[in-house]
Design a protein around this ligand. Sequence first.
Ligand code: NAD
Length: 392
Amino acid sequence: MKPFEFHCPTKIICGKESLHKLPDALEEHSVKKPLLVTDGNLVKLGIAKHVTDPLEEANIPYVTYDKVPPDSSLDVVNEVAKLYRDNECDGWIALGGGSVIDTTKGAAASISVGGKDFATLQGAEILKNQLDPFIAIPTTAGTGSEVTLVAVIADTQAQAKLSYTSYRLVPHVAILDPALTSSLPPRLTATTGIDALTHAIEAYTSIQKNPISDALALYAIKIINQNLAKACAEPGDLDARTNLAIGSLIAGASFSNAMVGVVHALGHSLGGLCHIPHGHAMMLLLPHCIRYNISHGYHAGLYGELLSSLCPDKDLTGLTASDKDHLFETELFAINEFYHNTYGVAITLSELGVTKEDLPAVAKQARYDGAALYNEQEITEEVAMSILEAAF
Ligand code: NAD
């Protein structure tokens, strides 16, 4: 076995009404005046009130930034950091999907190095100081950012999504309250849920995998697939929502320690250049990337090992490792068909308005994405093009 390290220091508070523990979590970290970072949509939907009510009941003063857009940018990160500094805040509450949590990570990183422009901090492990106390409250079940060492921020000028990684970026506390995700419509539930599934699958097949990330990935795949269709059909099913939130968190812990691969490399450049939402990009690329890897003999046998987590009831007797790999690929295509037929989720790039002319630039940028390093095979522009054409 290769030597490895595993890092997941986040305190996890999970379950119905868990937001009532927010004041205690702030006190535990001696936070007197947090900055609450969220987005306008969550304020409109009344979700932000789930956080502001316990703060007000506990007489905790706070400042709010509620303008984080999807796939937020370096400018927004610097604006949030400035608001924190100007108001002398001493801790972070990130309430939202991956875009909000990553923006907050970026701003917290900038503050930790004396307010430097976040754009100058790209690269692995360049943060030397601890972040101020950071509480992440996810409202999607997809990115797992509440426990990961990654922040993905768009550089709008370069039309690229930049990945920042550092153990310092892992939040101190994650609060999973299922009531926060029940407002997610079925399409967003499905695409963000498949993002989480992709994290687990890519972690399990990454060249940096280890026994702990493997165990987490296997469990995450099972719990996500068992609950995703339920949460889409019954948005208010709090058990399904809780299980999905846990699955997403566990998949996040897995990939934060094993990394992701070709699906993410392509997905980041589709996001940067064509503005395809991250979860949606993961969903439509995942089966095609896996088909490519299997047909070229990459990660042989590993995909098949995931079958009993994805479809615990399937009889696999007599199947070879190669049969299982192919069956896994078929099951993923079937999952996409299901969400396409049931909820009208687009599962091709052309349905989302991407043109053939867009593809070469996407392929070129994907080649240089950090996630490309963890695939067994090098992601050349030719490899990227052939997958994109298949997903077109
Ligand atoms: P998101 O944060 O971009 O949110 C998408 C939309 O969903 C927004 O309009 C938001 O207002 C809305 N929304 C969020 N919660 C809602 C709720 N409960 N009800 C109704 N609407 C709600 O989506 P995301 O998929 O969570 O995050 C994507 C971002 O995270 C991308 O930038 C991606 O690259 C990044 N990401 C980060 C990591 C990481 O480890 N840091 C991992 C994967 C992806």
